[in-house]
Ligand binder design. Structure first.
Ligand SMILES: NC(=O)c1ccc[n+]([C@@H]2O[C@H](COP(=O)([O-])OP(=O)(O)OC[C@H]3O[C@@H](n4cnc5c(N)ncnc54)[C@H](OP(=O)(O)O)[C@@H]3O)[C@@H](O)[C@H]2O)c1
Length: 305
């Protein structure tokens, strides 16, 4: 009996794993053709790349950020790449009324919404926590509360289209990271809010998917400027990252890990060997000096808004 169990249980596990993964649908670009999509934080970085991929797939795109001149250029490029339509709204996500206005704009110009991609991120510093409570509050407004405000405004349209919400988060939203304390707090808040909301959708049979994206180090200008010199890791390409996010969203995945090896695998340690994971995170930083080294300087370009 004991021997049978030893063979049967792993065998059943393998059969189940095979069934689970083989039954999963594959991504096809046509899945996003004609879809009405909002991408926030799309003037640069990963958001800009998502807009270009969506354009190639023939989506209707509404992008937003603060810098109008950059948004104009992204929209022009999207139209060249084949977007079904492309438009922008500029403004700051510090203002919840603006966050709601972007959604209203999608309703007015696109007649509905299939996908809400929440990607923007406010400027913070890279260094030891400086005790500035006001900065934590402001960052929570930009990185968290505006995501909530947009979701609340967009939900009637997303319920109607049985659409998707995509929340771009970070490894720093799953495990404590040094030198980004306020940022990390805002990303943890996103996980709490959207993972709980997903549970309620499931209970209420609301067919709106929520994909939480856990990203590692990506080669956007901001990230490389802030952490490139201190992180002992090669950043992953932003265009590939953007495409993986869209694939995960189209397939209505619960969570998306990019790159898988440097995000999902280390996180497997979180519940069983949390101190080892903490150590591995710290060991990714090049720190000089004794006792943990000096505070990494906050580059001037990362000064607060
Ligand atoms: N790059 C990485 O290594 C990395 C790692 C993990 C997670 N992530 C996540 O991936 C997402 C994209 O990151 P990224 O590196 O592509 O960022 P990025 O290059 O710095 O782009 C940030 C975007 O947000 C916009 N933005 C900033 N402040 C804003 C505000 N107050 N109101 C409205 N829009 C604002 C920026 O445009 P304007 O300045 O024109 O407003 C820009 O379009 C973020 O959620 C980030 O946390 C990135």
């Amino acid at each position: 009996m004991g021997r049978l169990q030893k063979i049967l249980i792993p065998f059943l596990g393998l059969v189940l794993a095979f069934w689970f993964y083989s039954a999963r649908e594959n991504f096809k670009p046509e899945m996003l053709k004609g879809k009405r999509v909002i991408v926030t934080g799309a003037s640069t970085g990963i958001g800009e790349q998502m807009a270009y991929h969506l354009a190639r797939m023939g989506s209707h795109i509404l992008i937003t950020a603060r810098t109008e001149a950059k948004l104009q250029k992204v929209v022009e490029r999207c139209l060249e790449l084949g977007a079904a339509s492309a438009r922008y709204v500029s403004g700051t996500m510090e203002d919840m009324a603006f966050a709601e206005h972007v959604v209203k704009e999608a309703e007015a110009s696109l007649g509905g919404l299939d996908m809400l991609i929440l990607n923007h991120v406010g400027t913070s510093y890279f260094g030891y926590f400086d005790g500035d409570v006001g900065h934590v509050r402001k960052l929570l407004e930009i990185n968290f509360l505006s995501y909530v405000a947009m979701t609340v405004s967009a939900l009637p349209m997303l319920k109607e289209s049985e659409g998707s919400i995509v929340v771009v988060s970070s490894m720093a939203g799953k495990v404590g990271f040094p030198f980004t304390v306020p940022y990390s707090a805002t990303k943890f808040a996103l996980d709490g809010f959207f993972s709980s909301l997903r549970q309620e959708f499931s209970i209420q049979s609301v067919n709106v998917s929520i994909t939480l994206c856990i990203l590692g180090f990506i080669d956007t200008e901001r990230a490389v400027r802030a952490a490139g010199a201190l992180l002992a890791a090669e950043p992953a390409p932003r265009a590939e990252c953007a495409l993986e996010i869209l694939k995960g969203a189209a397939l209505r995945r619960r969570e998306l890990y990019y790159r898988y090896g440097s995000t999902r695998l280390p996180l497997l340690l979180r519940d069983w060997a949390a101190e080892l994971l903490d150590y591995l995170v710290r060991s990714r930083y090049r720190l000089d000096g004794a006792g943990g080294g000096p505070s990494p300087p906050a580059p001037p370009s990362l000064s607060r808004n």
